[in-house]
Design a protein around this ligand. Structure first.
Ligand code: ZN
Ligand code: ZN
Length: 557
């Protein structure tokens, strides 16, 4: 499907990071065609294809000095997007290099966020403000997210972010302050809120092979391939955390936008309609040879997850979602597969709803036998449908009398035999695992994540676990300092990127051996469990009803 930048045929409102002293009225989408287009890159206003499929922007490359790209046909460069002036370059294969000049980074202010509350009702927001004021903190609020409608269904993922009324220009200083607050007030999901004071800017320069002239575009340029052709970007870097230094060429459907990233370096953003994007996303997120009902469940959750995130992530970046596991892994069109594309087509426009609410359909690779509650992992995820459940037809015996250090050890060492992810033929190494780290590796990891040098490692103390056994807060004791780490993702990152925070440990001589269950945060759908359920004859609707309790699948476009 060709990605045309037609503006909202339906309607689209945005509340992009408006300080929420009071609620602003929703404004209908403005026509950005002739304005500063970089503003559009930072907004959550939707554009739609002529078929009324929303167009999404994905950050596919950033932090580069130059980006080489090509297409098997001419390329059209548009400084203001569709409808503005355009330059057509090349005939057959066209190869170009984009660079960035006179750039300046974004100015971002970091706020310690205490809590995120759905913005639909005023009551909970007021209560949250009062609670923190009574705890002795001076608070401020921001609003993020967006509200948009499709054929009478309103999708509203807006949240009010309650922050301590103190901001930082330096991210590390803000994080250190937030860590202290989290330890003092027992916050298991500390997160920073990023306020964009000034957007990044720069001049994009493009030089194409066989053409003398260098083209210059202030702020950004939209590049379209000719009909039926694609844009291929050279040397796209893999996720830095897991694949340092690894790169590959990737092709993308839709348009590519070159602009400045938050650091004033060159970024490439793929503007593509949601259904085409999903065909690229789904195969990166699940085994292509998984049973069809599991693939359909994956297509529905990937779609719901995409829409739930818009406006709530990357508020300081020139795109709505990133191409890494942080949002959803996306490696362009090469990964497309007949079976996963069919699963996307057969569920086109479908998402899970709980009552009238779009389900934030988060998922992870393996829950380990019990899923986790959203509230224990992220701010603002305390939804009824995201309460952790046993990943089995019955109960998890080890947790019958609650989650304790003893019951977690029992759960990990003697896994429940009837759990869906345990039965799955995929991901055995995710279900139960062991990993050994030296004391030095632990000290270095803790320093990297918290900025604190604890001296020599002395031990751990578990400060909290969720319903799946996942640790929510961990105390790391050292000879020089003791730190508390939360939430679960930072615990894993500090400990050599452990697969999950459902673990117990044994102290060795200068090392620690971790034994754990599951891979990922464990909230919402367990992907290996979905495969286990599909193998046992369950439909994708049944699978989704299991992981998002009380939800139903609705077609909204
Ligand atoms: Zn992301
Ligand atoms: Zn599971």
């Amino acid at each position: 499907m060709k990605n045309t930048l037609v503006l909202a045929v339906l309607f689209s409102f945005s509340f992009h990071a408006v300080p929420a002293g009071g609620f602003e009225d929703a404004r209908p989408g403005e026509d950005f065609t002739r304005k500063d287009r970089t503003e559009l890159l930072f907004s959550t206003k939707f554009q739609f294809t002529p078929e009324n499929v929303p167009v999404v922007t994905v950050g596919v490359v950033e932090d580069e000095k130059e980006i080489a790209f090509l297409s098997e046909g001419p390329l059209v460069f548009m400084s203001e997007g569709e409808g503005g002036p355009s330059v057509r370059v090349g005939r057959g294969r066209t190869e170009c290099i984009a660079t960035m000049d006179d750039s300046r980074p974004a100015v971002i202010r970091y706020w310690p966020a205490l809590e995120r509350v759905p913005a639909r009702e005023l009551g909970p927001v007021r209560e949250a403000r009062n609670r923190w004021t009574q705890a002795g903190l001076s608070v401020n609020t921001f609003e993020q997210g967006s509200v948009f409608g499709f054929y009478g269904r309103i999708l509203d993922n807006r949240r009010v972010v309650v922050v301590e009324d103190v901001s930082f220009e330096d991210r590390a200083a803000a994080q250190a302050h937030l860590d202290e607050l989290a330890a003092t007030h027992g916050i298991d999901t500390p997160e920073l809120y990023e306020e964009v004071i000034r957007r990044p800017d720069g001049r994009v320069r493009v030089r194409c092979l066989g053409h003398e002239a260098t083209m210059e575009f202030p702020g950004m340029v939209v590049v379209n391939p000719s009909a039926g052709k694609f844009i291929r970007i050279r040397n796209v870097a893999f996720h830095k955390l897991y694949n340092e230094g690894k790169r590959e060429d990737r092709s993308y459907r839709g348009s590519i936008i070159f602009t400045a990233d938050r650091n004033g370096r060159l970024a490439a953003v793929n503007s593509v309609d949601a259904e085409t994007l999903l065909k690229g996303l789904v195969p990166s997120e699940i085994y292509n040879d998984a049973p069809m009902e599991a693939l359909k469940a994956q297509a529905v959750v990937a779609r719901g997850e995409l829409f739930a995130k818009l406006g709530n992530r990357h508020t300081a970046d020139p795109y709505m979602v990133c191409a890494d596991v942080h949002c959803q892994a996306y490696r362009g069109m090469e990964r497309e597969n007949e079976r996963t594309s069919l699963a996307v087509e057969e569920t086109a426009g479908m998402m899970a709803f709980f009552k009238d609410e779009l389900v934030d359909s988060v998922y992870s690779s393996s829950c380990g036998g019990h899923s986790e509650s959203g509230a224990n992992v992220w701010q603002g995820s305390n939804h009824e449908y995201l309460v952790g459940v046993p990943d089995a037809a019955g109960q998890v015996k080890a947790f019958a009398r609650g989650v304790t250090e003893e019951s977690v050890r029992e759960f990990i060492m003697n896994p429940p035999k009837d759990s869906w992810c345990g039965k799955s033929r995929f991901g055995k190494s995710a279900f139960r695992w062991t990993r050994t780290l030296t004391d030095n590796e632990i000290v270095a990891g803790v320093k990297k994540i918290t900025g604190t040098d604890i001296g020599q490692f002395k031990g751990f103390e578990v400060m909290g676990r969720g319903v799946s056994g996942r640790m929510t807060r961990l105390k790391v004791i050292g000879t020089q300092a003791t730190v508390e780490i939360a939430p679960e993702l930072r615990i894993r990152q500090a400990l050599g990127s452990l697969k999950s925070s459902t673990f117990v440990w044994n102290r060795g001589n200068g090392s620690v051996t971790f034994t754990g269950a599951g891979f990922g945060h464990g909230v919402g759908m367990c992907q290996n469990g979905a495969i286990g359920m599909a193998d046992a004859g369950r439909t994708y609707q049944q699978i989704l009803g299991h992981y998002y309790s009380g939800s139903e699948v609705v077609k909204i476009y």
